[in-house]
Ligand binder design. Structure first.
Ligand code: NAD
Length: 304
């Protein structure tokens, strides 16, 4: 049994932390939202009233926070992890953050005698619930090995990607590729329709041909073709435009810093931004198909 502090009990953290309880660990959890602490209590987490209380005496600290700024505040802020955790504590950040925050988290942790592993996840809320997430770990190999043992009860796959920040780099590049796949799929599905093709017939071609992709197989953006696609349910989110935009935006920023040209990723980032600007950030990311529509209408979407 390991004593674990969990900070951030939202959509992902509430579900992931419960698997650690089921695996026999003692988990103390903190979230700034009272209701989330109470709900975590019902799933076996010991709810506490501050970051300090959660990390006091913990061997492992795990973060599941919205953005880099929250991670920096929880680690280094007054009453934060650095101020309360014991030296040698293993800190895992499962949040999707910018590369600079991840590098900062590694160096600031190391300089204070903590061990840090960037540990972003893929698989969404369903993967968090079913304990099938893919974890991408970056850090010193001994720390990654220790992290692997901790995250395994929450994971379908645990991938030791490389050194510090390589986990988050892999996550951002992967999600950037997903964004570009969605762009290609949206344009393809729309052009197929306007060339008179039946959606199912074209899908059957693309599925076994070179237009195939994970996005096509899982999220084909026309109603009645792929079970589970958001197009079947008025584009209610399975992966929201807001979260997709965040990930692509972070990847585009990483590309700019590295001097890499990513025009396709920039285009899908801007299309997602327009969904956010129009108040559709909570809708599914595949609603970007509206950008290819000659008249702005989308099959399966009521326009609201
Ligand atoms: P969420 O907003 O539901 O959860 C984040 C939680 O952090 C919230 O409950 C919030 O109250 C809490 N929080 C914020 N500041 C805090 C602080 N100072 N102290 C304690 N708690 C604080 O987000 P989520 O969907 O659970 O995602 C968490 C992270 O995982 C994000 O970085 C996200 O990008 C990443 N992620 C999400 C998904 C997904 O499908 N939802 C998939 C993969 C990765």
């Amino acid at each position: 049994m390991t004593s674990i502090a969990w900070i951030g009990l939202g959509n992902m953290g509430s579900r992931m932390s419960a698997h650690l309880v089921d695996a026999g660990h003692e988990v103390r959890g903190f979230d700034v939202v009272d209701a989330f602490r109470e709900a975590a209590g019902a799933r076996g987490i010991v709810p506490v009233g501050s970051v300090g209380e959660a990390v006091d005496g913990a061997e492992v600290v795990i973060l599941s926070l919205p953005k880099g700024e929250h991670v920096r505040a929880v680690l280094a802020g007054d009453g934060g992890v650095f101020a309360h955790a014991a030296p040698g504590t293993l800190i895992l950040d499962t949040s999707t953050v910018d590369l600079e925050t991840s590098a900062w988290s590694h160096s600031e942790s190391r300089s204070r005698g903590f061990r840090f592993v960037d540990s972003p996840v893929s698989g969404g809320i369903q993967g968090a619930e079913a304990a099938t997430l893919a974890f991408m770990l970056g850090g010193e190999s001994a720390d990654v090995e220790a992290a692997t043992a901790i995250v395994t009860p929450m994971a379908g796959n645990v991938l030791a990607v490389g050194e510090a920040t390589h986990g988050i780099a892999a996550k951002l590049v992967n999600n950037m590729m997903l964004g570009v796949s969605i762009l290609a799929m949206s344009e393809g599905a729309t052009l197929a329709k306007h060339l008179g093709l039946d959606a199912q017939s074209f899908f059957d071609v693309a599925r076994v041909s070179s237009g195939d992709s994970w996005a096509v197989r899982t999220w084909y953006p026309v109603p009645g073709v792929v079970p589970g696609a958001a197009a079947n349910a008025n584009f209610d989110a399975s992966f929201s435009a807001m979260l997709c935009h965040k990930d692509v935006e972070l990847a585009v920023a990483g590309a700019a810093a590295a001097g890499v040209e990513v025009p396709a990723a920039t285009l899908i980032r801007d299309q997602l931004q327009r969904l956010l600007d129009d108040g559709f950030g909570g809708k599914d990311c595949t609603l970007v198909i509206r950008e290819a529509s000659p008249d702005g209408t989308v099959d399966g979407w009521d326009g609201r």
